[in-house]
Unconditional design. Sequence first.
Length: 363
Amino acid sequence: MKTFTLCLFLSLLCSLPARAQTPLNNYGASNSPVDQAASTPKFLENGSGAYVSAAFGNGRVSGGNTTGDRTMKWRALSVRFGKDIHPSIFGATSIFSDREKIRADFVHYNEGHPDNNHRDGFGIQLVYSHALHHNVTAEFGVGPYLSMNTTEIAGVQVNDSNLGALLSLALRINLDQYSQGLHMRIALNHVAMRDVHSSNAILVGLGKYFSEMPAYPAASTHGHPIWIGLAAGRSNTNQLGTDSTSSFSLEAKQYRGPWAGSIAAIVEGDDGSRVDRRGIAAQGWFVQPLTEKWTVSAGVGPYVAQNERGSGNTRVLGLLTLQAERSVFKSMKVFANFSRVKTFAEKNDRDLFRIGLMKQFGG
């Protein structure tokens, strides 16, 4: 996961221009103000910016069933992307200065590998930022955090899920001399949950703030096109004694401004002992363009699947995905994503890492 994320994030940062340069965005549509007004919700308007970052670090866990080495063994990882929210949604525009911003972030957080606790999860944070100096900005974020922990309880290894809170304090130190909006991010993450362990970690990484993004495309006279994507990668079952294996997916996706919907056929592959699963997933997406070529998105939805190494019965699972896309031609783009298959059965959860190609049809 860490190698995959680092390669993807560095390739994104290295290829991002400081501001828009071309008249077409990665949907093949004009970046005109008319398009923006036609597709963007009110609270996302008024030239607000977007944000991405990745950070690594170390920390400790405490409480719950923690035993042995409680450190994260330098394997803590946080990846986030977000969008500024106009203060009018809170009915309090006048109390915010030009030095302050409110942002909504999607977060994937891996809490490292303490003994008997390999926990990670997905969160949504409301983030308040305040510019302390022209080179330093402070942030405070808080929000719900859905965690999945591979651990042994009463002699049985399970995928233990819990809902808690993720709190973050961070300093952003500007590196504008290298690229506008680029910065070093130094953060403290605290996870609080009832009846299970809590954690604290210090993470250091890079981020980029985008003050200018392309507009979402308005519907054309031919409607919204369908994008067909084919992807391949690796799947890992989140329990010991299983093998990493190849996985594949075929997806149809349609974009509508900041939202998208998709249907995908997924073959997860056979891990040799617990899971040989395939099925159909439907996801709803929040989509955030960063430049004319780069877009990030978060998707969630049901996944109807059968496990040939289990009962063989059809079950409804959950699928959560973070994705980065890059346009290579007007009607073609490449993408990379990380998905979590959630079984809600305390076993056989899976991580899917895929890279693929999408092509536009219609529109």
